[in-house]
Structure formats: structure tokens, C-alpha cells
Ligand binder design. Structure first.
Ligand code: URA
Length: 435
């Protein structure tokens, strides 16, 4: 079959064979399937979907596009976490050093911003000097010495995801169950881990806003993990509002530092503690959930998780001074605030729209090769359930783009719902599924 015929077969809703999928991905990496053919294929998959066998083959094809880490000679449990992506979702930045400070090895391969959601790699790169693309050897060496490494897909590690991810980001092909499954699971399977905790977001800021589709995604990822003999636990968690108060690359690092010093926002800390607890239980390092929770909270309070963050930043070439003194980080040129124009209660966000606005401010990409602006983003002053008085600041924006305020002010206002009646904030942790 030619690449053209494979694209046409999927476009017409037929099932691809494993050979066809492997061939298409292999030829793409060799440059014989062009970017425009790959994006046509991605759009065909987006509309037609893939059955489980096709999704498994796609995951394998991504995985086989590079090498796999062999961490079997590191005698501590290797457990990772990955999220399907959300707005203000900075959990990885806190959880990875926290879990490592409690005795786990965390070999984390992350991604960049995708669509309206932020990416761990872009956030880490807002720390001056921080490198996310070391060799396989340096990745392993770092896991052995400090128990945590946070890298991106490279030419060696899941290169198929690296190339396809950046195409999906700018061609509206992010929110597809098989594409998300292959992207996430190939990275995790390449890490040589024993177990995985997945944070699948549900709600209007998630990659899949529909709860039924989200549950299918969760069970697909769990089944792929099982097919590869991995222990997988999936959490469904709310993305009805941004996590924490800050959205944007450096802003999220800053909020993560606060959380690592035991002064993070409650929702962020709650989710970090829950997911890290699950990692400790999965590893068998702790037997009781309550003990694991207490260990996590203690490590955030007593400085050992923060100390691990400093080791991580140092190991990957980052400037630890900015982590020690985050207030010295240079500010964006423009700062504006959105004020409430009535009294009431904040009852909802259009979280997806807030993600898109932060991209417009410079925090994400509209084209594959675009640089993100580390300083750009949104700072929330209110969350769902908070009372609001006319004149209160609802949020602030930071950007280096002159004249953007006029074009986003109305969009921001429309993305925040204020009503007369108070409501309870949405529950953060919705469901736990285990294989
Ligand atoms: N995270 C990933 O790594 N890939 C996706 O497709 C979505 C979230």
C-alpha cells in the first residue's frame, strides 16, 4: 500500500492493519511520508476513530520508533504519572520531585503545550538554562543519582510522538481518543516503568469535554497498559475550572514552587497528594493510604520535596537561583486586570476559552515552530463558589504583546459566569479506576 492509499482507507472509515500503521509511521520518520500527508492521516483518524487493535498498533508503532529506557538495574520502584492535559495543570512539576523525595524513581517523559492546554516541557524551559532533551544515558544516570528526570521526546525517545505531537498541536487534531492514547502510552511505555498513574481530565477545560468519551479514553489507556504488562491506575479529575490560580509557563512554575514549600493552593495540593499517594501504594512502598497521604503532606512542609526540585533543576542545567528567589523573575511588559461589573457569585468558567486566551497572550503556539513566551499568562483572583463584588479583580493577565487587551477583554468577561445564587465548587477528584 502507498501512503496515499492508507490515508484514503482511513478517510473512508475502514480498519487499518497493524502492518499498514507501522509502515505509515516508519515512513513518516524517514521523511517519505510528508507532514501534509501525516496531517491528512491525523484528521482522518480524528473523524473516523480507530478500534482498540488499531490503537494498540499505533501505540506500538510510536514506541518502536525509538529506544526504550532499561531501568531494571535501578533497585527502586519506577512509577510515573501522566495527565491528559488541562488548563493550569502543573501537577507534574510538584509531583515528580515529591514522589522522588519519598523514595520512588520517576522517569518522566512529558510533552509541550497542546491546543488550549499547557505542556510540562514549556513550563520547565521557562527556568533559565533548563534542558529537556538529554541523551538516554544522561536520563538514566540522573534517575540513578537523584531519582527523577523530566525530559521530552527526543530523536532517541519516542521520536514519532515528538514529530506528530507538534503537528497535532496546530492542526486541531488533539482531541482524538486513539491519538491521545498512543501519544501518552508510548511515552510511558518507553520509560521502563513498573506502574503508572493516569490523571484523565473531565469537564469544559479537558481535551475531551464529553464525559462518556473521557471514560472510553481512560479505559483504552488502561487496556493498552495491561497489554504491555503494566500496573495502571486511572483517576478522573475535574477540569471545570483551571487548577490552582495561575495559567502560563513561568507562572505555573512559580505556583509549583509555592506548593513544594507547603503554601500551594488547596486544589493543587489535594490533587498532587492524591496522585502521589497512589504512586506510593502502586510501588508497595507504603501500605496504607492515610500513611502515604501524611508522608506526602509532610514532605511538602518539611522542605525535602523542594530540595529534590532544586536537585532536579541543577541536574538539568537550570538556574536554581530563580527557584530560590522566584520573585526576581522578570515580569512581562504589560499587566491588565479584569474587574467584576456586578455583585454575585462566581459560578463557572469557560476553561477551554481561558486556555485559548493564554495561548493568544503568548503562552502557547499557533504554529509548530513558534516559541512560547515564558512570562505570559493569567492569574485568577476568584474561583468557582467565591463571592464577587462589583469592582473586585476577577483576574490579571500578563503579556508581552502590545494592544492585545482590547481583543481579549470581552472574551475574558464571557468566559466567567457570575450569578446571584451561590454554588458549591465542583468536586476535584471524581473517580478511581484500577486495572
Ligand atoms: N498528553 C500527551 O502526551 N499527549 C496527548 O495527546 C495529550 C496529552
Amino acid at each position: 500500500m502507498t501512503p496515499y492509499e492508507i490515508i484514503a482507507k482511513k478517510r473512508d472509515g475502514h480498519t487499518l492493519t497493524s502492518n499498514e500503521i507501522h509502515y505509515f509511521i516508519r515512513e513518516f520518520l524517514k521523511g517519505r511520508v510528508k507532514d501534509y500527508q501525516m496531517t491528512a492521516f491525523l484528521m482522518a483518524v480524528f473523524f473516523r476513530g480507530m478500534n482498540f487493535q488499531e490503537t494498540l498498533s499505533l501505540t506500538e508503532a510510536y514506541l518502536h520508533s525509538g529506544k526504550r529506557l532499561d531501568l531494571s538495574d535501578i533497585p527502586i520502584p519506577k512509577i510515573d504519572k501522566h495527565s491528559t492535559g488541562g488548563v493550569g495543570d502543573k501537577v507534574s512539576l510538584v509531583l515528580a520531585p515529591l514522589a522522588a523525595s519519598l523514595g520512588l524513581a520517576v522517569p518522566m517523559i512529558s510533552g509541550r503545550g497542546l491546543g488550549h492546554t499547557g505542556g510540562t516541557l514549556d513550563k520547565l524551559e521557562s527556568i533559565p538554562g533548563f534542558k529537556v532533551n538529554g541523551s538516554l544515558t544522561s536520563f538514566k544516570k540522573q534517575i540513578r543519582s537523584i531519582g527523577v528526570a523530566m525530559f521530552g521526546q527526543t530523536k532517541e525517545l519516542v521520536p514519532a510522538d515528538r514529530k506528530i505531537y507538534s503537528l497535532r498541536d496546530v492542526t486541531a487534531t488533539v482531541n482524538s481518543i486513539p491519538l491521545i492514547t498512543a501519544s501518552i502510552m508510548s511515552k510511558k511505555l518507553a520509560e521502563g516503568i513498573d506502574g503508572l498513574v493516569l490523571d484523565v481530565k473531565v469537564g469544559n477545560g479537558a481535551v475531551l469535554p464529553d464525559q462518556k468519551q473521557t471514560e472510553t479514553l481512560a479505559s483504552n489507556m488502561m487496556k493498552v497498559g495491561q497489554a504491555f504488562g503494566k500496573k495502571v491506575v486511572v483517576y478522573l479529575t475535574s477540569m471545570e475550572q483551571p487548577l490552582g490560580l495561575k495559567i502560563g509557563n513561568w507562572l505555573e512554575v512559580q505556583e509549583s514552587i509555592e506548593c513544594l514549600q507547603g503554601r500551594g493552593p488547596d486544589d493543587l495540593e489535594e490533587l498532587v497528594v492524591e496522585l502521589t499517594t497512589e504512586m506510593l501504594l502502586l510501588a508497595g512502598l507504603v501500605e496504607k493510604k492515610n500513611t502515604a497521604r501524611c508522608n506526602c503532606r509532610e514532605a511538602l512542609q518539611n522542605g525535602i520535596a523542594f530540595e529534590k526540585m532544586l536537585q532536579l533543576v541543577r541536574a538539568q542545567g537550570g538556574n536554581v537561583q530563580v527557584i530560590l528567589h522566584p520573585d526576581n523573575y522578570p515580569l512581562a511588559r504589560y499587566y491588565k486586570e479584569l474587574k467584576a461589573n456586578c455583585n454575585g457569585y462566581l459560578t463557572g468558567f469557560d476553561t477551554h476559552e481561558l486556555g485559548l486566551i493564554s495561548v493568544a497572550l503568548g503562552a502557547g503556539r499557533l504554529q509548530a515552530k513558534e516559541q512560547v513566551d515564558p512570562q505570559a499568562g493569567i492569574i485568577l483572583h476568584k474561583k468557582i463558589g467565591d463571592p464577587v463584588k462589583a469592582g473586585d479583580t476577577l483576574l490579571g493577565i500578563q503579556t508581552n504583546r502590545a494592544n492585545i487587551w482590547n481583543s481579549i477583554q470581552q472574551r475574558l468577561r464571557a468566559a466567567i459566569k457570575i450569578s446571584d445564587k451561590p454554588i458549591q465548587p465542583p468536586r476535584l477528584i471524581l473517580k478511581r479506576l484500577a486495572s
